[in-house]
Design a protein around this ligand. Sequence first.
Ligand SMILES: NC(=O)c1ccc[n+]([C@@H]2O[C@H](COP(=O)([O-])OP(=O)(O)OC[C@H]3O[C@@H](n4cnc5c(N)ncnc54)[C@H](OP(=O)(O)O)[C@@H]3O)[C@@H](O)[C@H]2O)c1
Length: 338
Amino acid sequence: MQAFVLTRYGGPEATQLREVPKPRPARGEVLVRVHAAGLNPVDFKTRDGKLKLIQGYSLPAIMGNELAGVVEDCGEGATRFAKGDRVFARMLKAAMGAFAEYAVVPEDLLAAMPASLDFETAAGVPLAGLTALQALRDELNVRKGSRIFIPGGAGGVGTFAIQLAKQLGVEVTTTASPRGRVLVERLGADVVIDYTTQKFEDHVRDMDGVFDLLGGETLKKSFSVVKRGGKVVSVAGMPEPQTARKDLGRGTGLAALFWLASFSLRAEARKHGVSYRYLFMHPSGRELAELGQLIDQKKLDPIIDRVFPFAGIAEAFAYLEAGRAKGKVVVRMPATDA
Ligand SMILES: NC(=O)c1ccc[n+]([C@@H]2O[C@H](COP(=O)([O-])OP(=O)(O)OC[C@H]3O[C@@H](n4cnc5c(N)ncnc54)[C@H](OP(=O)(O)O)[C@@H]3O)[C@@H](O)[C@H]2O)c1
């Protein structure tokens, strides 16, 4: 079968479309005929070796972290799905493998695809959708009436986060360029700040929380817009000790490293009387089914920016990496290329 393989850590030339053996489902796993797969910034960060310390893949490895497709076969003990079922998933973090004609997925990570979606739209849901859900509900603990700032609302995660926050009764302030304004307003953002002409820190204050999608200077400044006792949760900044223990299940060594790396951010948080948390999302078939339900109920609308043919996956990477995507970027697999 055709697969997009990472041969070594490096730039785009470290990846290749090549023939590899079709995988077989082990115990508890399901073999999926992939129809479409979503791209995420984690793909090019992985390719560049930026996450080597925590990922530890043995190369060559098939890339790709989310998919939508049809069940082809079930391994021993995998009983929740049957051949022919339409499914979607965020892949096992230790394995990746979605950028291929076939992929194996532990059955617990799979959910039935929303009946209302095509494969390309479904493939863009799992990683960004779960990230937004877990950050807002489990880490920021938002409730009806919360006021949340989401810098960078027009991208893959932001377009889910705005909609889910509105579903949860949250007042949403976000940043977007004029290119993204109409989209984030349509998704329900209450206040939109044009980051190309305005400094958000001059306009936003007394938030209950921040869901940071940008890191860097934006994250540093975001502590000042939260009221005392509030929370800043980032998926794009610097990991902190809890990231090592809670999200990665790792011990004191990595926690100490993250303690050092996040020192200045945590100091800034303390200065403003707020907490700082860096979240690594986790795959979950159960939570993905919840998102699927919201989609079928028309309460959540996955935004797909562009779909590329699998043969053009290098261009899809370049497009996403340019950082201007409005919603998700997806590749369509060869079987459905026609
Ligand atoms: N830790 C985790 O588990 C986890 C999970 C998912 C994602 N992430 C991380 O979260 C980040 C966002 O992911 P994503 O998939 O949403 O990325 P994305 O889709 O590539 O985001 C692109 C969007 O960001 C907007 N943007 C860029 N610079 C901006 C700025 N200075 N202010 C406001 N908006 C800006 C762009 O809007 P304009 O074109 O209008 O500028 C574009 O619409 C990435 O760093 C990713 O690695 C982490």
